[in-house]
Design a protein around this ligand. Structure first.
Ligand code: NAI
Ligand code: MG
Length: 498
């Protein structure tokens, strides 16, 4: 199997002669050293890039820019559309926004791509043969930051999953697999529990798979998937998953590959892309010529593929593999049993430069030949008929003793003259009225489900009248959620026994 390379720019099916503008940031801590080493290797390999430098990180934060990046830097990023980023130090204390989150959302970087490869026996790993790529959805799920405290006792975080984002990430994973010569794509979700959100992600994955009959597909529940990943990562090639699982799985995968310090990652959007090492700014070894530049170099190799220079990417990657194989190791991966010589950042870079043109003798050499980005397909427009059939009203109610029957009767009395009827009350998803169990622990947040007694459509006026009736009786609603059907199919989770 070929080692994986992130896909390439839309416009360049073959190597382009003119240098590609690339925004670079040297970052903090070891950032400047590993960036210098990386640029030196790219230069020696003949990479046709024209770096434009921007300042990011600690100095910018401490200057009072909460995002850690000057507004003017966006001009460069929007012009070059390619960002090679060294790690930064996030100052301690509150008020500083994550530069990664800002960049990702501002530039629409929807896919986080992280290859996790074992270089056993040259770098120790419990999983020889591990060679996988995690494609993580990067913009949605529980990372949208939509959180609320609704009552004294209950807070919530909204998990958002959209069909266009699912389509984009699923297609990206398949295209990535095809371009990298991979033959299998696995999807992790928890759709047995989150039937609507994770269910959509999985359904779109399986729909998309039909366009790639040459690729084997697999859908796993994330918990058993995680267990397989930790135990036998060799069984996976490309994994695609929603944001939260991807965040966790990609750190596990990097760690068990034995080479977290050698991992690069790409954040890909339809317009822009950002490439960086997985590790941080390592302030403990900064300025000492001790840092391993391999993580950033791996990111740069992905970048070369992305900008349509796969042959240069291959040249660099093979020289790097040969250096690792030759046992020329920085302190972080040095092992007297496996390594030949312990070198600093600069000597490591020189060793890679000296091997340009060579291939590894034992590890599989890289062969990158495909350029061109996966196309971003326009998403299907919704044509289903959406009908309002009810409403969930969340109440804050903390009268003691917390007897759901008391609340249930109060709600029924309050809303008896409205067009909607109370169907059930749940507390943290458990049905407590009618017919709950006294053992169920009840918080102060109650979900009351209302529908039309005779079925059929509900209007917004029905909902407003219901809320007015609740308010009139002194019941405190903290949130409402409309219940819709789409072409007659429920767009909401049913209450067990409903
Ligand atoms: P870290 O990854 O910087 O360091 C963890 C350990 O690994 C340290 O002992 C360090 O010396 C070592 N290490 C890391 N990279 C190395 C390399 N290339 N060569 C040799 N040894 C290396 O993580 P830590 O200490 O938790 O964070 C330090 C700073 O980095 C923090 O300010 C953190 O916020 C930031 N950070 C930035 C990231 C980014 O810019 N993408 C990602 C992760 C952390
Ligand atoms: Mg993470």
């Amino acid at each position: 199997m070929e080692r994986t390379l992130t896909n390439s720019s839309p416009s360049s099916p073959s190597e382009t002669p003119s240098p590609a503008p690339v925004t670079i940031a040297r970052g903090d801590g070891i950032g400047p050293e590993i960036m210098a080493a990386t640029l030196q290797i790219l230069d020696a390999a003949g990479a046709r890039i024209a770096p434009e430098e921007i300042e990011i990180g600690e100095k910018v934060y401490l200057r009072g820019v909460p995002a850690g990046v000057e507004p003017s830097a966006w001009d460069s990023l929007r012009r070059t559309r390619v960002f090679l980023k060294a790690p930064i130090t996030t100052p301690r204390g509150g008020g500083y926004k994550s530069l990664n989150v800002t960049t990702r959302t501002a530039l629409g970087l929807f896919a986080n791509v992280r290859p996790c490869v074992s270089y056993h026996p040259f770098v120790n790993s419990g999983h020889p043969g591990m060679n996988l790529v995690i494609v993580r959805e990067n913009e949605e799920d529980v990372y949208t930051g939509i959180e609320h405290r609704q009552t004294d006792e209950v807070v919530q975080c909204l998990k958002l999953i959209s069909r266009p984002a699912c389509e984009r990430i699923a297609r990206y994973a398949f295209e990535h697999a095809r371009r990298a010569g991979r033959t299998k794509v696995t999807c992790f979700t928890k759709d047995n529990i989150m039937k609507l959100t994770d269910g959509l992600f999985r359904r779109v994955f399986e729909e998309t798979a039909k366009d790639y009959p040459d690729i084997e597909t697999e859908s796993l529940i994330v918990d058993i998937g995680a267990a397989f990943l930790a135990d036998t990562p060799q069984r996976f090639q490309v994994l695609v998953m929603p944001n939260l699982y991807g965040d966790i799985m990609s750190d596990i995968a990097a760690q068990i590959s034995g080479s977290v310090g050698l991992c690069g990652s790409a954040n890909i959007g339809s317009q822009c892309a950002m490439f960086e090492a997985v590790h941080g700014s390592a302030p403990d070894i900064a300025g000492k010529d001790l840092a391993n530049p391999s993580g950033l170099l791996q990111a740069a190799v992905m970048m070369l593929g992305h900008i349509g220079q796969p042959q240069t990417a291959q040249l660099v990657q093979n020289a790097w593999l040969r250096t690792i194989e030759d046992g020329i190791h920085t302190g972080d991966i040095f092992d007297p049993e496996r390594s030949q010589s312990k070198v600093g950042t600069e000597a490591f870079a020189l060793a890679v430069c000296a091997r340009l043109g060579l291939e590894p003798r034992h590890l599989p050499p890289a062969h990158y030949h495909v350029a061109g980005s996966p196309p971003v397909h326009p998403h299907r427009l919704g044509t289903e008929r959406r009908a309002l059939v009810g409403v969930d009203v969340f109440l804050c109610w903390s009268a003691e003793p917390r007897d759901p029957n008391v609340l249930g009767r109060a709600v029924e009395a309050a809303t008896g003259t409205t067009t909607l009827r109370l169907r059930a009350i749940t507390n943290r998803g458990v049905k407590v009225f009618p017919g709950g169990l006294p053992e169920t622990l009840c918080t102060d947040q109650w979900r009351c489900r209302f529908v039309r007694p005779e079925g059929g459509d509900v209007t917004h006026d029905d909902v407003l009248a219901l809320l007015a009736a609740l308010r009139h009786s002194g019941l405190d609603f903290v949130k409402t959620e409309q219940l819709y059907t789409f072409d007659g199919e429920r767009g909401y989770a049913s209450i067990p026994t409903e």
